[in-house]
Design a protein around this ligand. Structure first.
Ligand SMILES: [Fe+2]
Ligand SMILES: [Fe+2]
Length: 268
């Protein structure tokens, strides 16, 4: 099939219990494409998680405003300051006067370097949680990531896990859910994307990575919300198994030719 070369917003839909996903699909020439998701919880204190692609500014704002009056938005959870997560933050801050940006010290510093208004930041100290009345968002660092300020979370009520860039997968076309993706397509897309987005996986401590994957399984999330994967219902074991098989067991699936050890070996 021919894929439109420009990013597109897809229809907003439910994402497990209590959450909505505002999905987009970003074509990557020669590699298929990547989901780029933001998430919304419309409770007493509405939370938007990430702000989409700047290239989709109008469409993203329209999708969000179809869900919520921006005057009611209280929190913008900023997973990290990569362009695919922070794309419409400035615009939303101007249109959502009560919203505060939830991030950590490094995230706030990077916002400042990008010329964003740090007066709107709600600084999440290490160990702190975001209390929303009927639930808390417990911050966690996902098993792999591409920016050190990365903040995922577990929603204590719905048990939705936001894994930020972890479990992202290149896909040949948009999909409504992980269940709709053929198993080998998901495996290949997830392994390839993890090697691109977190090349340090090739030299990471496999035992430590395996431990963090098992710890994630023990949290027993009901739904996995990834920035770069369609919503995954029904637990996390299938996803952690793919990561484990690729990076913790046997030869690394995506050995990094630019790893220092590999370069040193090539140079004798
Ligand atoms: Fe990222
Ligand atoms: Fe990302």
């Amino acid at each position: 099939m021919t894929i439109n070369p420009y990013p597109v917003m897809l229809p907003t839909r439910n994402a497990g219990r209590d959450w909505r996903v505002l999905p987009a699909f970003l074509p990557l020439p020669g590699m298929g494409g990547l989901a780029v998701n933001a998430f919304l919880h419309k409770g007493a204190e509405p939370v938007l998680v990430d702000t989409g692609l700047a290239a989709l500014g109008d469409a993203f704002a329209a999708a969000l405003e179809a869900e919520i009056d921006l005057a009611d938005l209280r929190w913008i959870w900023l997973s990290h300051t990569d362009a695919d997560h922070i794309g419409n933050l400035s615009r939303l801050l101007a249109r959502a006067p009560r919203a505060r940006v939830v991030t950590n010290f490094l995230g706030m510093g990077k916002m400042g370097l990008l010329g964003l208004d740090t007066d709107r930041v709600y600084l999440l100290e290490p160990g702190a949680r975001l209390a929303l009345g009927d639930r808390e968002l417990v911050p966690l660092r996902p098993p792999y990531y591409d920016a050190p300020e990365t903040l995922g979370f577990l929603d204590t009520r719905s048990r939705a896990l936001f894994a930020v860039d972890s479990f992202g997968a290149l896909l040949p076309e948009p999909a409504d859910s992980v269940a709709a993706i053929e198993a080998s397509t998901l495996r290949d897309g997830l392994v390839t994307w993890s090697a691109i987005d977190a090349p340090w996986l090739a030299t990471t401590d496999r035992i430590a990575l395996g431990r963090s994957l098992r710890a994630l399984e023990r949290l027993a999330p009901a739904t996995v919300l990834s920035g770069h994967l369609p919503v995954a219902e029904g637990g996390i074991a299938a996803l952690t198994a793919l990561v484990h098989d690729a990076w913790c067991a046997g030869p690394s699936a995506g050995a990094d030719p630019q790893a220092i050890e590999a370069v040193a070996e090539a140079l004798g």
